[in-house]
Design a protein around this ligand. Structure first.
Ligand SMILES: Cc1cc2nc3c(=O)[nH]c(=O)nc-3n(C[C@H](O)[C@H](O)[C@H](O)COP(=O)(O)OP(=O)(O)OC[C@H]3O[C@@H](n4cnc5c(N)ncnc54)[C@H](O)[C@@H]3O)c2cc1C
Length: 458
């Protein structure tokens, strides 16, 4: 992205303390003139092309504390990285320090208590694999190389959300290193207000070194796939999606979409037994005939890898999203109109995910996350490789969402917000929650040490 963040003014040559950091730091330190620097500074979104003064890779909690102290002593802006998938590139920076937790990965499952303890640099694949080894699952996102930390601290949407809620709704506790270098445990019982803020605005309050999640049984094949239709049938298909989202079981996840290839589709994941899935998906499969229908039984873990390649690192990416009280015909018409206007050379599309059920069972003020009452989440997404297309692709997304604004409900999903700057976080959380988050920020990070995020300004 073109956005530049307020960075410390130091260049790497000025960072005198690096040799003293090396004495206490067990992990890796990568400087700009060293091999591996270009790989170390890269993040998922190819538009975030920044040059930190150094990248450090801690291997233990003490390293995280040392890196934080060093950064504060040297007055360096701090970027914290787990999976590196931040849409605006918030896990990298110019001239500052990247604290990259990729050497702190791993998951331990307690099958009796049905919980998992996950290190702060883990990817979704590590949590999924460890849980499924015991026939268990945690609801997380849909691309396995996304980081557990960034996804969870913003909320965590996924295909099990109607049955098991957002990822944060399954978060039991975290260990975090706070701005003053303390190691703190937060849960419903310990520092409950901090735990409230961590669930939706979490990147603002510290560096999470471990998460504990509640898991749920899932030890049989799920049913997953997509039915595709010509764009002319988008309204009818959306009507069917509405009907299924309203009347289908909690196990049924549905997304509706339209693409720049002039297709409309519904993707379904049914996590109930295959015979119930066949019954619940019969109307969807009978509608048509579809151009294609890939719905079939498969292992849950397979579904979690299906988009890994198409969503690989290094492409240029922009998205803009909103919550909807309903997927109306008017909304479908706006999506169809903009789908056909996409800039040549970019892959673009809209997707609409069914919400409700366990998500809306949690009270709106139960966590910092904002937007639980929505019936659906909608996103316009664009991916491309040619930098010449940057402006056109971003303008496409912005214009589409401007036309959809009259149909949106309250809140924004913080993890989708590509723009960064003063005032953005208030639009995510709304006034009341934002003010509550400011009070929390003043308590835990009064100097705004953690500011590369959708920032709560103390
Ligand atoms: C390909 C792709 C697929 C996605 N799919 C989904 C999806 O299915 N569901 C969904 O809900 N979202 C999804 N997202 C959005 C995703 O949740 C956010 O991009 C999220 O921030 C990524 O987390 P990360 O750890 O990979 O990111 P990073 O870039 O590493 O970090 C993101 C933010 O979290 C902070 N952070 C990172 N690690 C820590 C830590 N240990 N402690 C404190 N702060 C930390 C960073 O400072 C930064 O502000 C997707 C994004 C991409 C690019």
């Amino acid at each position: 992205m073109t956005t530049r963040h307020p960075a410390g003014s130091r260049s790497c040559a000025d960072v005198k303390g690096v040799s003293s950091l090396r004495h206490v730091f067990a992990g890796e330190i990568v400087l700009p003139d060293e091999p591996g620097y270009d790989q170390a500074r890269a993040v998922w979104n190819g538009m975030a092309d920044r040059r930190p003064a150094l990248v450090v890779r801690p291997t233990e909690v003490d390293d995280v504390v040392s890196a934080l102290r060093f950064a504060r002593d040297e007055d360096l802006v701090i970027a914290v990285r787990c999976g590196g998938h931040s849409i605006p590139g918030l896990s990298t920076c110019d001239d500052g320090i990247v604290i990259d937790l990729s050497k702190m990965r791993g998951a331990e499952v307690d099958p009796e208590r049905r919980t998992a303890r996950i290190s702060g640099g883990s990817l979704l694949a590590e949590l999924d694999d460890a849980a499924q080894e015991h026939g268990l699952v945690c609801p997380v996102g849909v691309v396995s190389h996304t980081g557990v930390a960034g996804l969870t601290l913003g909320g965590g949407m996924g295909r099990l959300q109607r049955k098991h809620g957002l990822t944060i709704d399954n978060l039991v506790a975290v260990d975090l290193v706070t701005a003053d270098g303390r190691v703190v445990h937060a849960s419903e019982d310990e520092h409950p207000e901090l735990f409230w803020g961590l669930r939706g605005a979490g990147a603002n309050f510290g560096i999470v070194t471990a998460f504990e999640f509640r898991l749920h049984p899932l030890d049989h094949a799920i049913t997953f796939g997509t039915v595709v239709h010509p764009l002319e049938r988008a309204r009818e298909l959306a009507g069917l999606w509405r009907e299924l989202a309203e009347n289908g079981p909690d196990e049924l996840f549905l997304s509706f979409g339209v693409t720049h290839e002039e297709e409309a589709y519904v993707t379904a994941l049914h996590s109930g037994p295959p015979e119930r899935a066949a019954r619940d998906l019969a109307d969807l499969r009978a509608f048509g005939p579809p151009t294609s229908d890939s719905i079939k039984a498969m292992p849950y873990l397979d579904t979690q890898h299906l988009a890994d390649e198409s969503q690989d690192w290094g492409h240029r990416f922009y998205m803009k999203s909103a919550f909807l009280p309903a997927l109306t015909d008017e909304v479908v018409d706006v999506c169809v109109e903009h789908a056909t206007r996409a800039p040549d050379g970019a892959e673009t599309g809209f997707s609409v995910w069914a919400w409700g059920r366990r998500i809306s069972d949690v009270p709106e003020d139960g966590t910092a996350f904002t937007g639980r009452a929505a019936a659906a989440w909608l996103a316009a997404e664009a991916m491309w490789d040619d930098a010449e297309l940057d402006e056109a692709a971003r303008a496409w997304g912005r214009e589409a969402l401007a036309d959809l604004a009259p149909f949106a409900s309250d809140g924004r999903y913080v993890n989708d917000v590509a723009e960064v700057g003063a005032g953005v976080a208030r639009t995510v959380y709304g006034d009341a929650k934002y003010d509550r988050l400011v009070a929390l920020k003043r308590e835990w990070d009064p100097d705004n040490v953690f500011r590369l995020n959708q920032n709560i300004q103390p």
